[in-house]
Design a protein around this ligand. Structure first.
Ligand code: SF4
Length: 424
């Protein structure tokens, strides 16, 4: 088994299952502002305490309150309350400054061995639209990104069976990181989703810890928290049954954090998931972050809400969802709910301008977000799904989006450190 048995066991404890009807909480009867106050009070008791977030009374209470929050009827008055409280919570936790990162996305290949039910990116090798960027081209793009002021390269790809060097996927990935560092010295390498990491380990027959150690030695700086989709096994069985399970995703993340790497966290929302599935997902992220902090690890650097794009998605899910583009009101509401539920544990929140468009992503800065993500320079995965947000933003466009709201803005590093200059 590529996954560490100890981490697998621990993941079983950390994975929060979707609360059932029996979790109906008296908080359902509370006015929304009182419900939010009850959640914040509980977070205050948990934060930094010695008590493990272990499925005990505190976590059951939080799950009940969280479900009440996410099931609270949505109307203009409740949305105004959510927006105002999430905005205040954001200000309290991270202040007014909006951040962004100058980065380049490199999606090395879309040839994939899996067929996820929401994915418009993947292709079989012989299919029209299939591509695999050769190494020389990748290095040219990396060097160009550095010349254009990027501080980060973000690498994610499909599970390409031919991405191998002398028969090894891991050797291919190590060589890629090494070559990119030579082509673009100093850039942070934010690379390989938990699904890709597990793919390297399983294909090469190696423990995941070995894969992580070798990639770290080759220059891996942090890991994207994608492939999480919704951390609910029933939903995954429907939309991505071939993908790693929710428990496997949690296990990979535990191992990533345990070896000292930070990661982002994501939620793909707005398809078939229920409020209970969203609660399970968000509280699982909380449980993982608490684990990281209790073990003096950095854990998640941010939370990114990824609205489902139906336009070019496989027909079965597209028909079931019945919407090509995200419902902006629903996604802004969820943005605020996520800010309130993730509370002090994950303080940086980012909307996806690729999926929402930049004007809606800018609006999300009033619903609890504090970061506009990256310039990307090129984006393929979401764009091939039919998203209308574009494939690149200039730093100036991101800065203007924040300044138009009267908020200060600064360029950040991948892990929210300072970058010289560019402070408004
Ligand atoms: S989501 Fe990723 S793993 Fe799934 S089919 Fe698409 S590229 Fe492959």
């Amino acid at each position: 088994m590529s996954l560490c048995p100890e981490a697998w066991h621990e993941a079983g404890d950390l994975l929060v299952h979707p609360p059932g009807p029996e979790s109906a909480h008296p908080g359902r009867q509370l006015p929304l502002s009182d419900l939010i106050a009850a959640i914040e009070a509980l977070q205050g008791q948990n934060i930094g305490g010695a008590d493990p977030f272990d499925g005990g009374a505190a976590s059951a209470e939080l799950a009940g309150l969280a479900l009440a929050l996410l099931q609270h009827p949505s109307n203009p008055a409740s949305r105004k309350t959510l927006r105002t409280r999430a905005d205040a919570r954001r200000r309290e936790l991270v202040g007014d400054t909006v951040t962004y990162v100058v980065n380049r996305n490199l999606n090395t290949s879309n040839i994939c061995t899996l067929r996820c039910g929401f994915c418009a990116f993947r292709r079989d090798a012989a299919e029209p639209g299939a591509y695999r960027l050769d190494r020389a081209e990748l290095l040219v793009r990396a060097a160009e990104a550095r010349q254009r002021g990027a501080t980060e390269l973000c690498l994610q790809a499909a599970l390409d069976p031919e991405a191998r060097l002398q028969g090894s996927h891991l050797a291919w990935a190590e060589a890629l990181l090494t070559d990119l560092q030579q082509a673009a010295p100093g850039l942070h390498l934010h690379a390989f989703s938990p699904q890709e990491l597990l793919f390297f380990a399983e294909q090469d027959g190696l423990p995941l810890d070995t894969v992580l150690r070798r990639l770290q030695a080759a220059g891996l700086g942090s890991v994207p928290g994608t492939a999480a989709e919704v951390l609910s096994e029933p939903v995954r069985r429907l939309i991505c049954p071939e993908k790693l399970s929710a428990r496997a995703w949690v296990t990979v993340m535990l191992q990533v954090h345990r070896c000292g790497l930070a990661s982002t966290s994501t939620l793909m929302a707005g398809h078939i998931e229920s409020a209970a599935d969203r609660v399970a997902h968000l509280l699982t992220l909380v449980a993982l972050q608490r684990w990281a902090w209790q073990h003096q690890r950095s854990g998640f650097s941010e939370f990114v809400l990824l609205p489902f794009i139906g336009a070019a998605a496989p027909a079965a899910l597209r028909r079931r969802v019945g919407r090509d583009q995200p419902d902006a009101t629903a996604m802004l509401t969820l943005t605020a709910q996520a800010r309130l539920l993730l509370g002090p544990w994950i303080v940086h929140h980012q909307p996806s301008w690729v999926k929402l468009t930049l004007p809606v992503a800018a609006e999300a800065l009033r619903w609890g977000c504090d970061d506009l993500g990256g310039t990307l320079m090129e984006e393929h995965i979401t764009t091939m799904a039919g998203a209308s947000g574009g494939t690149a933003q200039t730093p100036e466009a991101l800065r203007q989006a924040a300044l138009a709201l009267g908020r200060p803005v600064r360029q950040r590093s991948t892990l929210y450190g300072l970058v010289a200059a560019a402070v408004a």
